[in-house]
Design a protein around this ligand. Structure first.
Ligand SMILES: *Cc1c(COP(=O)(O)O)cnc(C)c1O
Length: 393
């Protein structure tokens, strides 16, 4: 793999025709160390945010040993890359054949569920194994999050007593898990979810061995600048300490976005300008699904060697495919004189960027390059000032 010191250096020296994925293993390493050192529990990486083998290896090297997987291919991928890793199958709805393969061929022992049918399925598929960790997924609010995960999965905590009791009987270790929604903008999300977990435990009267607070830990984007992650950890630790659970109970978290967002960015080229619409060579079917469909605003930077006097104005992007929906409204502020042939770095695409890429219409990035420079924003910079380590446009 190529190595470059910076996005600017790469754009000016290589002048790539196709989009380039920039990866920053040092940023993923720093995020993982932050969680390992400051979160008082087990940090597992939610692989769906970015299943790139190079990222998974960087996280492992930084000390992340537990991985949240949700499909047969994710189980196989992580097991193949990391024979020693602990895999937890946290998709509440799974095929029976896949559970069987995960248990018997890949050593998976932890599974989530949110209904009795799934519990029966897990027990059949594992030949009524006695060494299971079963995590009952509670439905909690996504009110504090940018992306809801409140309707598809999770049992209503008020109705969860009999399922918790059944899972307790069938398991070696009983867990409670939830997901507050992705990009949770306040620690309050976790405080409220922990209160629901408390009620469920009290009602069911069961001994709980694992509290898994799921994902949702934020990254930093334009207009979405969260508090320091240590505030989130502090709120979770406090709520965990006050739960009616055994002293030996474990606390788990499943960050996807927070461990991967800073890992990668994209260099695109402007192929046409029409007023404030820029036609670039990656888009909704590439790494910019969230920019197109969720109006997510990613930071952008013009990569030009000469200093620029033009003031910023707001642009929108069209992607390269022949589809009107390949449109990212932004706004993306860039110098007013942007022109055909210019290169732009689009930052913070490590989470749910490359993972969502398709090859629709034949467009795909030509290469992946390692960069040593800083991501366009960071929650983990070394100065202690958690935001704006690099000025965000
Ligand atoms: C998507 C997902 C995650 C990761 O969520 P982030 O918001 O990216 O941290 C964790 N756990 C489960 C079960 C998920 O579905």
């Amino acid at each position: 793999m190529h190595n470059h010191h910076s996005a600017l250096g790469l754009a000016t020296s290589l002048r790539p025709v196709e989009p380039v994925t920039l990866i920053r293993p040092h940023a993923a390493h720093r995020a993982a160390r932050f969680f390992i050192e400051k979160f008082a529990g087990k940090t597992m990486y939610a692989v769906k945010a970015n299943p790139s083998p190079a990222l998974i290896r960087s996280l492992w090297d930084a000390g992340i040993t537990q991985y949240d997987v949700a499909s047969a291919n994710e189980v196989r991928l992580v097991r193949h890359l990391l024979p020693e890793a602990t895999l937890c199958f946290m998709n509440p709805v799974k095929a029976e054949e896949v559970i069987r393969e995960a248990y018997f061929e890949h050593g998976v022992r932890a599974f989530s569920l949110d209904n009795q049918d799934e519990l029966d399925k897990i027990l059949r598929a594992t030949d009524y194994a006695k060494d299971l960790t079963l995590c009952v997924r509670l439905r909690v609010s996504s009110d504090h999050s940018k992306l809801s995960l409140a309707s598809k999965f999770g049992i209503d905590p008020a109705q969860s007593a009999s399922l918790l009791m059944a899972a307790r009987q069938a398991s070696d270790s009983l867990g409670i898990c939830f997901h507050v929604g992705s990009q949770a903008m306040s620690p309050q999300a976790y405080i409220q979810a922990m209160a629901l977990a408390r009620d469920a435990i009290v009602q069911a009267g069961v001994t709980v061995d694992v509290i898994d607070v799921g994902g949702g830990f934020p990254s930093i984007y334009p207009d979405l600048e969260p508090q320091n992650l240590e505030n989130y950890f502090h709120s979770i630790h406090e709520a965990f300490e006050s739960l009616p659970i055994s002293y030996s109970a474990e606390l788990w978290a499943e960050p996807g976005r927070a461990l991967s967002a800073e890992y990668s960015s994209l260099i695109v080229r402007v192929e046409r300008r029409r007023g404030t619409d820029l036609y670039i060579n990656d888009g909704a079917y590439g790494a910019l699904f969230d920019a197109a469909h969720l109006d997510w605003r990613f930071p952008v930077k013009l990569l030009r060697a000469e200093s620029n006097q033009a003031r910023d104005i707001n642009f929108s992007f069209y992607g390269p495919t022949c589809d009107d929906m390949d449109y990212m409204a932004g706004p993306f502020p860039l110098p007013a004189d942007v022109k055909v042939g210019d290169y732009i770095e689009i930052g913070m695409l490590g989470a749910y960027g490359n993972a969502m890429r398709t090859e629709f219409n034949g467009f795909m990035p030509s290469m992946t390059v390692i960069a040593d420079d800083q991501p366009m924003a960071s929650l983990y910079n070394d100065t202690g000032d958690h935001q704006h380590s690099i000025a965000m446009r």
